[in-house]
Design a protein around this ligand. Structure first.
Ligand code: KG4
Ligand code: ZN
Length: 340
């Protein structure tokens, strides 16, 4: 029953989770409000905030799990991809702890961890939730990545489709910025979209071959659309915000799900998951569940707290790597780019 302490610091969340035998005992996240005023994450400020946050976050995760440092069997950390300064804080902290406690170190790929968030045991209304069976497909949609991953086992997975330009989260955030909404705009588009008419405005669906995605065309179409309407009506965005958000969300969701559907048909795989920050989007969740019902596919969505960046997903990946004896040395280096 290994007890694993996991650290996630790839972007602007400092997070720590304790997991025992694949069960999450604690999941603590410190967000960084410092970036809001700049309209995006400032890498240097993120690194500094991680340095301030990491000790209290780890401390809180241990206390809330009721576990002492001496009971930890291994330290897992996010190795890649992400902001290099941010990754280095987590990696160095993890290495120091592993050296001081003389316990193994486990290097985790952030995108693999997003996928495995679907394997974290969870409960809804007191009932254990089902998890996908292998092989399954996962649509991983975050601020930096958009991928369809074919997952054969916890440690054997590969992307079979990905974005050729912006990620889905970026498409949400950049659209929000054009609407004058603060960063990160994805959740705000979601909020306004709930009150809007998704059919009111139409944005183009790109025709990209295979299982790859593109969002830059939609972004440009939204820019021209807003420019054109605001030129004749300065209150256009204000007066139509909910409908604009609902229409943007509908198009981003349809781009994502049409490709995911194609991947499911092509592979014949019937267990489908979504993961990553954008999987918190209510429009995507609803349409994804509906697609599963219509096609008789099994659909899985991690609980909200395991969708956006968190350390529980690093812990569960660390757990599977521990079982496989897949440990890292102290020379393991963090990397901004994340080859699989
Ligand atoms: O996975 P994540 O927390 O961090 C990365 O690894 O990038 O994803 C963050 C992204 C941001 O672009 C954020 O705007 C988006 O997820 N996001 C949402 C929602 N919640 C988070 N986008 C649309 N609707 C949401 N409810
Ligand atoms: Zn992420």
């Amino acid at each position: 029953m290994p007890t694993i302490l996991a650290i996630e610091s790839s972007c602007d969340e400092t997070a720590c989770s304790i997991c025992r035998d694949g069960v999450i005992l604690s999941n603590i996240i410190a967000n960084q409000a410092v970036h809001e005023q700049y309209g995006g994450v400032v890498p240097e400020l993120a690194s500094r905030a991680h340095m301030q946050n990491i000790v209290p976050v780890v401390d809180k995760a241990l206390k809330s799990a009721g576990v002492s440092l001496q009971q930890i069997d291994a330290i897992a950390f996010t190795k890649a991809p992400g902001l290099i300064g941010s990754l280095l804080v987590g990696a160095q902290f993890a290495k120091s702890l592993s050296l001081a406690l003389d316990i193994p170190l486990i290097a985790v790929h952030h995108m693999q961890a997003h996928v495995l968030a679907n394997l974290i045991p969870s409960f809804r209304d007191g009932h254990p939730q089902p998890t996908p069976t292998f092989p399954f497909l996962c649509l991983t949609v975050s601020g930096g990545h958009t991928q369809i991953v074919l997952c054969e086992s916890p440690l054997k997975m590969m992307p079979i489709g990905q974005t050729i330009d912006d990620a889905a989260g970026e498409a949400f955030d950049k659209s929000a910025k054009l609407l004058g909404l603060p960063y990160p705009g994805g959740p705000l588009i979601d909020k306004h979209a709930r009150k809007g008419d998704p059919e009111r405005f139409s944005f183009p669906e790109p025709q990209i071959p295979g299982l790859d995605f593109s969002f830059s065309g939609v972004k440009t179409a939204i820019l021209y659309f807003l420019r054109e309407h605001s030129a004749t009506d300065t209150r256009f965005v204000e007066d139509n915000l909910a409908d604009i958000c609902a229409s943007i969300q509908r198009r981003i969701v349809s781009i994502l799900l049409n490709k995911f559907k194609k991947a499911a048909v092509q592979t014949g795989i019937k267990d489908l998951c979504i993961a990553g920050g954008v999987s918190a989007n209510s429009g995507l969740r609803e349409a994804f569940l509906q697609m599963g019902q219509d096609q008789h596919w099994n659909t899985f969505i991690p609980p909200f707290e395991y969708c956006t960046d968190n350390a529980a997903m690093i812990a569960i990946t660390g757990y599977y790597k521990y079982l496989a004896g897949d440990f890292a040395g102290l020379s393991e280096s963090a990397s901004a780019r994340g080859e699989w």
